[in-house]
Design a protein around this ligand. Structure first.
Ligand SMILES: [Fe+2]
Ligand SMILES: [Fe+2]
Length: 257
């Protein structure tokens, strides 16, 4: 069994530093790895990234993340990634990593992803160059995720994105903004490999549970959704995703939400 702790959309700035840390310090007792589903910062500045590094760096377990749209806001992605990597946080974008634990080899493939919408109600690669560019961005992101997932040699496979691969976990968000919250193409990529669990964030007002058309369990781990420092998933050889609710630390509130 491999134990995965996960949270997204922590949107850290100076005022958040120290809020997650008490729960994070307990991670080695209850999880093998921490996965972060993007939107680590509010505006993607290096100063905010340093706050993330202070809060999520130097934990007793490996930390793997993707970036979110907020982490792109200041167009300082290389600098933000460097701050995070220097703190030992592994940032994935169109690539995968295999981590070896007593319970087996965990493969994690990650991309930020992008919008576009879902089957029957999605943007199409047609018309203006701006629309083609929008859809191409999603397509390339999903293709990179699929290639990364299929290329990992591991016992258990997890997909990590910021944008959602399914509409199920958007329930609670206005229907009108679904195309900006995720894309079915990410779901197709997840279904192209023997993925055990797909984790995402971004949909603060969404819901926790969903399933891809191919039957892969999807979990929205955005902090405003899970309302705790992190959720823990137990993955076994049977590729089942059991869940253990984090007890305590549920009082962490986002002052900006
Ligand atoms: Fe967010
Ligand atoms: Fe986001």
């Amino acid at each position: 069994m491999i134990r995965i702790a996960a949270v997204g959309d922590v949107h850290v700035d100076q005022d958040v530093v120290g809020r997650f840390r008490p729960a994070l310090n307990e991670l080695p007792d209850c999880a093998d790895v921490l996965l972060l589903a993007g939107d680590l910062t509010r505006h993607g500045t290096e100063a905010e990234a340093r706050c993330v590094a202070e809060e999520f760096g130097g934990l007793g377990v490996p930390v793997v993340t993707v970036l979110g749209n907020h982490d792109h806001q200041h167009d300082r992605v290389p600098q933000v990634v460097k701050v995070l990597q220097d703190a030992g946080i592994r940032v994935l974008e169109g690539e995968g990593i295999v981590l070896e634990f007593a319970g087996g080899r965990l493969g994690v493939a990650g991309v930020k992803g992008f919008g576009g919408g879902f089957a029957g109600r999605c943007a199409s690669d047609f018309g203006e160059p701006e629309m083609k560019s929008f859809v191409r961005t999603t397509k390339e992101s999903a293709e990179a995720l699929g290639v990364a997932l299929r290329g990992l040699d591991c016992d258990l496979l997890v997909a990590l994105t910021h944008y959602s691969p399914v509409p199920d976990t958007l329930a609670g968000e206005p229907l009108e903004i679904y195309p900006f919250l995720g894309s079915y193409q990410l779901g197709q990529a997840i279904d192209s490999a023997p993925t055990a669990l797909a984790l995402h964030g971004h949909a603060h007002a969404g819901s926790e549970r969903g399933t891809t058309p191919g039957g892969v369990r999807v979990r929205n781990v955005a902090h405003p959704v899970i309302k705790q420092a992190y959720s823990i998933f137990h993955l076994g050889d049977h590729l089942d995703a059991g869940e253990v609710s984090r007890i305590g630390h549920s009082g962490i509130q986002q002052p900006w939400s």
